[in-house]
Each structure stands twice: as C-alpha cells, then as structure tokens.
Design a protein around this ligand. Structure first.
Ligand code: PLP
Length: 390
C-alpha cells in the first residue's frame, strides 16, 4: 500500500456515539423501555400518513425541485407567519431533507477545512460529528449550571471565537438540557456574530415544544434576511415524524442560488410524497402539536416527582424540548451504568458521556426522553430508582 491514505484521518477516527453503544445492546427487546432516543412513542398521526399515501397513489414518485416543492415551501412560509409573525421570502426556505441534512448544508455554506465552529453545549453528539465530517472543528462553550437554570455566558462565547471561527451553533430549546435562549441573549449573540463576522446556525427543531408559551424565542424574531443566520426546523419532533427524514432551513437571502445547488449535490431534495405529508402536518396539525406538547408537559411532571423523591438525582427543569438531563450524585461512569440498566433494569437511557463538551465529561449525567406513555414512563422511572438505590 502507498504511504498516502486517500481516506481522511478524521473520517477514519469517527466512532459510534455512546447512545448508539448503549442502544445496540437492547434495541427492539420487548420488555425493555427505551428512553434513549429523541422521539415519542406515538406513531405519526393518520391525517399526515393519509396525505403521503394519496400523493403516492396520485403518482407523485418523480424528481421534484431539489429545494422542496413550491407547495411545501409556501406552507412553511404560511406556518412561520402564523406561529412566529414573521414571513421569510420563499427564496430563503429550503427543504433539502432531514433537519440533520439542513445542519450539514448550513455547515457546508460556512466551513472550510480547518475552520472552527463554536458549539454551545452540552449538545447532541451528532452536531460535533457533522462539524468534523465537513472538515471543521467544534469548539465547545458549556452552558453554566446555576442549579435552578442553565446560563449562557456571552463573554465566554465571544472569547471562544478565534481567527478560524466561521459559525456559532446554538440549539434552543436544547438537547439534552431543555435550556431556552432568551430574546435578549439572541440579540446579544447576533451582535457578536455581526461584529466578529461569523454566521449563526440556530437549531430550533424543538421550537414549538416549549412550556412557557406558544413557542420559544427564535432567531427569526430578530435576524434580518441579510444576516448570516440559518434557522433549522424539523417535522420529526412536534409532528412525530422522525422516520420521515424531513425538515427545513431558513437561510440568508444571498444563498438562494447556492442552496439549490447544494441541495442537488447532497440528495436532490427529499422524498416527494413525504413532502405531501409535511404540508398536511403544517396545515392541519395544530391540534396534534398541542396534544404532543401536553403529553410532554405531563411527562415532565412525572420526571419532576421522580427527581423530588429520589436520592442522588437532581436536574435543571427543562423549559423546552422533551428531555430530562439528570445529574446523579456519585455516578462516574455513565456509559457503564447505562449498559447495566439495559441488562438488569430493562430501561434504556442515554449516558451523559455522549454529551461531553470541552473539559466537561458529563459522566455523572443521564438523559432520558419523557415524550412517552405516562404509565410506561412511570414504570421506567421506578426501575431506574431501584437501580440507583441498589
Ligand atoms: C438538536 C437536534 N438537531 C437536529 C436533530 C435532527 O432532526 P431530524 O430528525 O429532522 O434530522 C435532532 C434530533 O434529535 C436534534 O436533537
């Protein structure tokens, strides 16, 4: 073999994250209660499935515009107007595939090999991996744990920006923390981004899964079409469509041509009949979203009772999204503990190690998704409680 390896070292070094490692050991097993992934146990509602089925029966099986059908982009525009009071131009609305692909595409717009992306953590591990995959390097700025709340230290955020930084990545409501950025913080981040010539990738896939109002504060509320701001959203969470692989991104105005081409190169758009389902979700899905958020709120109440009555466990109560990021006193090997839970307690949780960022290894944390049937969630927490007291 020649000395020159054509495969990038960074790619060869990619490893399954710790959530994958735990779930592999029990995925699909009947008596196990899985709370490890970011999804509800509800099937996509029938009216959305029916819309996709009729599109299939109607023969919608051909290539379509790679950036998303006009019908869907118009529906996203109308939905954004209704939920946010903001109406982005159609040329800024793109549906290249899943929200994950929206993140990757946004990164592709900003990052050249060796560039840095400042990522507000703790963060879902796939984001750091996506930065690496496009040739960039994630630099983490961890939210401060203030006991009752998480806090973004804006001076730390700005200090992390170096000569090679191209973008700030912020997920709010956050996975795994449930932290929600405030309007004032959004304005400050925009001010930093404008002064320091960096883009913002705002991951708002949990935007309507918010407990203190209709939807969380958004970068759409404050950024102009000329700011270098990408706002990513998804059908996966609020409409229970994780398997459909469809989301959208609102981009800076000047990227209209480039986004169409990137979309061609990445996947030539997303599944056409899935887009018909997505239109139905936006146009007829408000009642379902309300039901989903209500179910998550009930799940959060159940976890709060568990936290209040279980020794060793505390948390910052999530303000949005559907995760509990539990801190366990005395836990020093989250992966080992999570694997043991699968084997002996029949509960699946995500180990904190998956969300390590910078110096913080998060080994004393466990993340669980509470968008679940209340009785099953209760049973899972009883099993977890017994395991903690063993
Ligand atoms: C913060 C965050 N961004 C993006 C995604 C990806 O969403 P999608 O399923 O649409 O790719 C997830 C999924 O868990 C997420 O938690």
């Amino acid at each position: 073999m020649s000395a020159r390896d054509p495969i990038r070292e960074t790619i060869l070094a990619l490893r399954p994250n710790a959530i994958g490692e735990v779930s592999r050991s029990g995925l699909g097993e009947k008596d196990l209660i899985p709370l490890w992934f970011g999804e509800t146990d509800l099937v996509t509602p029938a009216f959305i499935r029916e819309a996709a089925k009729s599109a299939l029966d109607d023969g919608q099986t051909f290539y379509a515009f790679p950036g998303g059908t006009v019908r869907l982009r118009e529906a996203i525009q109308a939905w954004t107007d209704r939920w946010y009071g903001v109406t982005p131009e159609i040329e800024r609305i793109w549906v290249p595939g899943s929200a994950m692909l929206c993140v990757v595409t946004s990164l592709q717009c900003c990052v050249e090999t060796g560039d840095e992306v400042v990522v507000v953590g703790p963060m879902w591990p796939n984001i750091g991996q996506a930065c690496l995959a496009v040739g960039g390097k994630p630099i983490y700025v961890r939210l401060e744990d203030e006991g009752e709340s998480w806090r973004l230290d804006l001076s730390k955020l700005e200090a992390a920006i170096g000569p090679r930084t191209k973008a700030i990545f912020i997920g709010s409501p956050g996975n795994p923390t449930g932290w929600v950025i405030s309007d004032a913080e959004i304005r400050s981040v925009l001010d930093i981004a404008r002064r320091r010539d960096v883009a913002v990738i705002a991951d708002e896939v949990y935007s309507v899964m918010y407990y203190a109002g209709k939807r969380a504060p958004s970068f759409l509320d404050h950024a102009s079409a000329d700011d270098n701001v990408f706002v990513v959203n998804s059908f996966s969470k609020a409409w229970a469509m994780t398997g459909w692989r469809i989301g959208w991104v609102v981009t800076p105005r000047r990227l209209a041509n480039a986004m169409a081409q990137l979309s061609v190169g990445n996947n030539t758009g997303t599944t056409v009949f899935a887009q018909a389902g997505a239109v139905a979700a936006l146009e007829h899905g408000d009642a379902f979203v309300a039901e989903m958020v209500g179910r998550c709120r009930a799940g959060r109440d159940i976890v709060r009772d568990f936290v209040n009555t279980t020794n060793r466990v505390n948390w910052v109560e999530p303000q949005g999204a559907f995760y509990a990021y539990l801190h366990v006193d005395g836990l020093s090997d989250s992966l080992g503990f999570a694997k043991d839970l699968v084997k002996n307690a029949r509960v699946g949780v995500a180990p904190g190690a998956a969300f390590a960022c910078g110096d913080s290894k998060d080994e004393s944390y466990l993340r669980l998704c509470f968008a679940q049937d209340p009785a099953r969630l209760q049973t899972a927490l009883e099993r977890l409680s017994q395991a903690l007291n063993r």
